[in-house]
Design a protein around this ligand. Sequence first.
Ligand code: ZN
Length: 318
Amino acid sequence: MFTPTTSSPMTLGGLHHITAMASDPKRNLDFYTKALGLRFVKKSVNQDDPGTYHLYYGDNVGSPGSALTFFPWPGLRRGRAGQGQAYATAFSVPAGSQAFWVGRLKTLNVATSPIETRFADQVLSLADPDGMKLELVFTAEPDARTPAPYADVPATHGIRGFHSTTLAFAQPAATVALLTGVMGYRAVSTVGHRTRYTVASGGPGSYVDILTDPSIPRGLNGAGTVHHIAFRVADDAAQLVAHRILTAHGAHVSPIIDRAYFHSIYYREPNGVLFEIATDQPGFAIDEPVESLGTRLGLPPRLEPHRAEIEAALPKLD
Ligand code: ZN
């Protein structure tokens, strides 16, 4: 279905955001801000289901490449990460921060797995309160991104944004053809069942790992699993080019959708994971000042007339 080309004019800049499903919104908010030290950069609603939140966490402004977002549905059944899904979500933290994070997460009663070596890095695996698979990648690779300011996570140890997403597929060939033949990704390295792909100038925030470990069970969607992976483009023009190229290669791509904080197109890659391409602009400061990001419920213009009833129906976060 996807025909490889020798050169792709698609200009992706790496990961933009990752969106996952959660159950209790307050517990989700507490974990990502108080345990991991991310900033709550936007309190909004699911535009397709405005009775539920869409919560965004990231660096100080929710820069592309740092934004982890959630649709929390109270009472949502827990899923299981597995084959056919974005299996794990990894953050970039400075090499040498292992003791800080192991100690911090222990103090906070967050279970972690023993640190493993992956390529040249050390990786600490943990789960969020819904069981979502998270990883801290302690890497010496250059990463100039600044962590969100947070009182008890020093910047020398803080999360700088995404490191990578890991996709678990038993039969990855068609996805690899899409990534490398159409989306401009290139293979970096393979160890065991894991192959790493990168795009643009590479480095943390660009990586997509594909894991072909046959012992991983089939994934089940639900709380604690990833809903979609968004890749970044600089602007609307680059997004139009991406739309045209994907369509020419047989992908069923959505129209461009205005998500208020970025413009988006969506398509499903051959193994079933929902991909999105989102613009870097306008960003989260479009409807509230940087100083107070995350405090006022952000609504797209079409929902603004219903603000009072929407706010009244949402669970309280504080
Ligand atoms: Zn998205």
